[in-house]
Ligand binder design. Structure first.
Ligand SMILES: NC(=O)c1ccc[n+]([C@@H]2O[C@H](COP(=O)([O-])OP(=O)(O)OC[C@H]3O[C@@H](n4cnc5c(N)ncnc54)[C@H](O)[C@@H]3O)[C@@H](O)[C@H]2O)c1
Ligand SMILES: Nc1ncnc2c1ncn2[C@@H]1O[C@H](COP(=O)(O)OP(=O)(O)OP(=O)(O)O)[C@@H](O)[C@H]1O
Length: 306
């Protein structure tokens, strides 16, 4: 490996024909710019069946995340969350090109791909840092038994369909409330439009730093969505009296079983997730476009001024 060479990771939803075809174009553009394309060891076998990977390096074999300048992602939100996991620990920002259904986390849509790739290769982009969560699971003796992180959310959920989960919720070391429920979502502003949104939590603009806490189907008079400080520590304990066990899920990708007595502690991670941004587009526009919100009848005309 030549240390001075630029290395660009490609994370591709390899099971869709149109996405593989787009990946071919991105590979050509990266090579034409004299940069070295990289794919993950996990993706390589599937991609190799459909693309020529000559000269393409493998992450974890030829290079590490520290060698990456950028990650270009072709897929939907799931693929972007997968890419965030792949580059975790490094500093490479992620450019999401939406090839999926929603693609809320993507910066651009497929029709703008060629121009976007040209721009990121020319380093014509800025980086937006998104708050991420550091998540720890402790056993009943307060020993840390699992550590992970989340870009969207950490959820504590019931593991058995037919049983309610009994939890006590805590903010900054103070108990807040205990109740039976299906679970609790602890979400970032980025994840506020995902599970948090379905659970009735607030949409949080990405420029706001905060952590949302939303109970799922709580059997309680007080179970409102909460918004706490980005520096708060939120903990959820699975009460010993719970009959089934619980499960922790982060971004729907990383999980750990929670026996009665387990405690999940969530706080802001010291490492944000870095997204490559090409347009100064307002979040309001993204929300309207992705959720197809009706805005007909808006008089406006003052350029957003009150
Ligand atoms: N009831 C629910 O709404 C529910 C249940 C489980 C998981 N989820 C979400 O699914 C996410 C994992 O996504 P996936 O694509 O791998 O799984 P998936 O394929 O099951 O898709 C879940 C949906 O959430 C959307 N989504 C994901 N992140 C988003 C975000 N930040 N803003 C807006 N929409 C977003 C996806 O586009 C997709 O439509 C989890 O982080 C969680 O937020 C939602
Ligand atoms: N190469 C791959 N190998 C295994 N799983 C993959 C691969 N590419 C994508 N996936 C998974 O497939 C699922 C669907 O992908 P993705 O979310 O990108 O597409 P989508 O559902 O069409 O888009 P959106 O989530 O924006 O609606 C995700 O869980 C993603 O992690």
């Amino acid at each position: 490996m030549t240390p001075s060479e630029r290395r660009i990771l490609l994370v591709v939803h390899a099971r869709r024909d149109d996405t593989v075809e787009a990946a071919q174009r991105v590979l050509s553009a990266v090579r034409a710019a004299g940069a070295v394309p990289v794919v993950s060891a996990e993706d390589r076998p599937e991609l190799a069946e459909r693309l020529s990977l000559e000269g393409v390096e493998t992450l974890g074999v030829d290079v590490t995340v520290d060698d990456l300048e950028l990650a270009i992602v072709l897929g939907g939100d799931g693929t972007i969350l997968r890419a965030a996991e792949t580059v975790r620990g490094g500093t490479a920002p992620i450019l999401g090109i939406n090839m999926g259904h929603v693609g809320f986390l993507a910066e651009i849509e497929r029709d703008d791909m060629d121009d976007a790739v040209r721009r990121v290769i020319a380093r014509d982009y800025r980086v937006e840092e998104r708050l991420a969560l550091a998540v720890k699971v402790l056993d009943a003796d307060d020993r840390v038994i699992f550590e992970t992180w989340a870009l969207n959310e950490a959820t504590v959920e019931k593991a058995s369909r037919e049983r309610m989960l009994e939890v006590v919720m805590e903010v900054d070391g103070k108990p807040l409330s205990s109740f039976g429920c299906d679970g609790i979502v602890v979400a970032t502003p980025t994840g506020s439009t995902a599970y948090n949104f379905s659970a009735g939590g607030p949409v949080i603009w990405p420029t706001v730093e905060a952590i949302a806490v939303v109970p799922l189907s709580a059997h309680a008079l007080f179970a409102r969505p909460l918004v706490v400080s980005p520096d708060a520590t939120v903990a959820v304990e699975v009460l010993e009296r719970t009959s089934g066990s619980g499960i922790l899920w982060c971004d729907g990708r990383r999980s750990h079983e929670l026996p009665p007595g387990a405690r999940v502690a969530v706080r802001r991670s010291s490492r944000p997730v870095r997204l490559a941004r090409l347009h100064p587009a307002a979040f309001t526009d993204r929300l309207v476009r992705k959720f197809r919100l009706p805005v007909t009848g808006w008089r406006g005309g003052l350029g957003g001024q009150p």
